[in-house]
Design a protein around this ligand. Sequence first.
Ligand SMILES: Nc1ncnc2c1ncn2[C@@H]1O[C@H](COP(=O)(O)OP(=O)(O)OP(=O)(O)O)[C@@H](O)[C@H]1O
Ligand SMILES: [Mg+2]
Length: 582
Amino acid sequence: MTNAALQFQDGDRLGRVAAVDTSRVLISVENHQHMTTIAVGNLIAIQGRTAAEFLIGIVERATRSVSEKLLLDETADDGSIPLGESQEDLIKAVLIGTYRTVDGSSSNTFKRGADCFPQVDRDCFHVNSKNLQQFMNLLSMKVKEGERLTLGHFMADQTAIAVANGDKFFQRHAAILGSTGSGKSWAVALMLERAAALKSANLIVLDMHGEYSTLCDGPNAIAQQYRIAGPGDLDKPDDGCLFLPYWLLNREEMLALILDRSDDNAPNQAARFTEHVRSLKEKVLSDSKKAEVLATFTVDSPIPYPLNGMIECLKKDNVGRVPGAKEGTDKEGPWFNKLTRFITRMETKVSDKRVGFMFQPPAMCSEYGWLEKMLGSLFSVSDAQRGIKIIDFSEVPSDVLPIVTGVLARLLYSIQFWMDKDSRHPLTIICDEAHLYLPVRDSAEAAEKRALESFERIAKEGRKYGVSLLVVSQRPSDVSRTILSQCNNFLVLRLTNDQDQSVVKRLMPESMGGITDILPLLDLGEGLLLGDSILLPTRIKLDKPKIEPASATRQFWTDWATQTPKPDAVSKAVEALRRQVR
Ligand SMILES: Nc1ncnc2c1ncn2[C@@H]1O[C@H](COP(=O)(O)OP(=O)(O)OP(=O)(O)O)[C@@H](O)[C@H]1O
Ligand SMILES: [Mg+2]
């Protein structure tokens, strides 16, 4: 038994179990000296059914009460019973796992969950110093070589490396949550860096502020940069520019952008639009002799069609006349004047340069073969650098952001869905600043609902097709509950807001509630990792990424003290604002 990870001496003994309920134990501390070293979050071990078994718990509360009582064992000189001070130390702990020094043929095993409830009067020990180090190392060693995702160090023992199970972390969706400036973007950069070391990682980052572009520059670049084309890119797009032409939007998404549901004629407008999309797509398919596609395509199939053709058809409807009852006369057609506002809204969108990446794409984007080239590069994993794709959304106007992210997510998911089972390569979509486009359903607008549908579908069904989400947000209370509740792993950094904390608490199993109390107290880059990727919910100090994202917190006071702003900075910014080019 000399290689057992936990080996307790008499001095490690805390006391004994005083009370037990389903997941918590109350320990009466007899070794009062230990009480001064016990802290919330420490580990304790309780002797299990055999000498080789210990139940592991996390300290939730430690209390000391001092009271006066009669010292029954003593008698004073005058024969009376003296009054003395009595001290009672109690520790409340949550049971989280079972450790065995030997378990059948294997040794040093740890599993989640208490296999049995401890009995009253069982011995309890403080897991500290060498025991703690060995135990923490044991947790990391339990993750198999190929599945190791090294994140940093355990706070409980800074010499022990914190390793999560990478398979489990990415398999069934994860979330990184924390207040602004708590270190989420750095944590993402760290994970990308770890993934880049793998042979063919496949991650797509939806980067809302262009923070991760640093990871794509220079000789040590680990990622490939893409950018949703801004107004300044429409004339001469470079290689990294990404267009999402209107014909990729399905009927619902397009209508969410253009249709005004409060218009009396909305049903007519939607119906005509749908009809024309179908016939325009049909014409393109028959012109290009795609008989197979023609036989089974639907109105939502991503097939390029001419937008000016659509506007022409709508205009024709809008002025169309039909033969009247009397021979030789005509009367207003069924859509006469009913589409005017719809057409205007569409024309406004088409001429708006801010959404030029959708409505003014270069001619090549209307070619039938363009889509496979575009998606081919997003799915490419030919080397580590290409496997991590960063898509900069910083120039996308916020009102269309949900639709745009939703369309992209839907496309990526659909490709995995329709791909041969054996050809699927797992893909993770990292949704940075998710509260911006994955809002809680009640407060979602029509356009946001469409985006939610795409992402919620991935959250619910993505696992089967090898697509997972990593949701990153500073406002968990504003992020779709459906998506968060599908996440199996949470890296929670400092979280100060009350509402956000309670959302996180509600996502945890009831017994873990107490552990989340430390969330507002965490330091920069320090987080709690909870979920099935790690055996024990643990507080981790995350490593710094080698390449930092461009999200540096500005040093206000120092900058004010030391820097002089450039004189033409404002006038340049005003011109950039006018031109909508950075
Ligand atoms: N692991 C770490 N170790 C030390 N410092 C860190 C660590 N992670 C983050 N920081 C510090 O915190 C700052 C903010 O981090 P980061 O940009 O990741 O925050 P964020 O949570 O993404 O904020 P926001 O929600 O506003 O995007 C960094 O500039 C850095 O100084
Ligand atoms: Mg950030």
